[in-house]
Design a protein around this ligand. Structure first.
Ligand code: FAD
Length: 175
């Protein structure tokens, strides 16, 4: 354990703290919630926010399904996509994702990341993950019980008062 009793009383304890509410943080948070873990996601920005990387591949659908996010993504109405077409000079190549020899998804979506990422983190929150926007992780003290130092937008960043996360069974997520 850490420090004295008055210090410990100001700590927050979670099973898993995830830094960043992008797709990997959101999917990890939802999956961990489905596994019964207590999850806190710390995100320095506010969503929706711009991000690059709009072209999903079909395997993404399997992970969204596992995370209980598929219906929300379908309902969001993103551009349906079943392949890709590449052009380089006078050369070109077309790929139909459905033309494959193994099980799994053959279609996916082209997404606007600001909206897509927001759908995913809202799904994670609906499944019980606590999400705090405007919270920046400044440092991490690695240990058997890792401690994060977090600063909010008001500049409250004293980890001994605001944002230490520790405990004997605590995980620490960085993606
Ligand atoms: C030019 C370019 C094109 C791309 N095109 C594609 C594509 O077509 N298809 C595709 O699948 N992928 C593409 N990618 C990759 C894709 O953008 C990433 O794989 C994806 O964004 C990773 O998601 P993530 O959740 O890991 O991270 P991010 O989406 O980057 O999310 C990380 C989050 O963590 C937050 N954060 C960071 N540090 C802290 C901190 N200290 N405290 C609190 N919060 C923090 C950030 O604010 C951010 O919201 C592209 C990437 C680039 C650069």
């Amino acid at each position: 354990m850490h420090a004295n009793l008055s210090d410990i009383a100001q700590h927050e304890h979670v099973d898993v703290a995830i830094i960043g509410a992008g797709p990997s943080g959101a999917v990890a948070a939802a999956m961990l919630r489905r596994a019964g873990r207590n999850v806190l996601v710390l995100e320095r920005q506010h969503f929706p926010r711009f991000s690059i990387g709009e072209s999903l591949l079909p395997q993404s659908m399997a992970y969204l399904e596992q995370a209980g996010m598929l219906q929300a993504v379908v309902e969001a109405g993103f551009q349906y996509k079943n392949g890709a077409y590449f052009v380089h000079g006078d050369k070109n190549a077309a790929f139909d994702f459905r033309d494959k020899h193994s099980a799994g998804w053959g279609t996916t979506y082209q997404v606007e990341r600001a909206a897509f990422d927001n759908v995913l983190i809202q799904c994670a929150a609906q499944q019980g993950a606590e999400v705090r926007f405007g919270h920046t992780v400044r440092a991490m003290q690695p240990d058997d019980a890792p401690v994060l130092e977090v600063e909010d937008e008001a500049g409250n960043g004293d980890p001994r008062k605001e944002a230490r996360r520790d405990g004997h069974h605590r995980g620490f997520g960085r993606h």
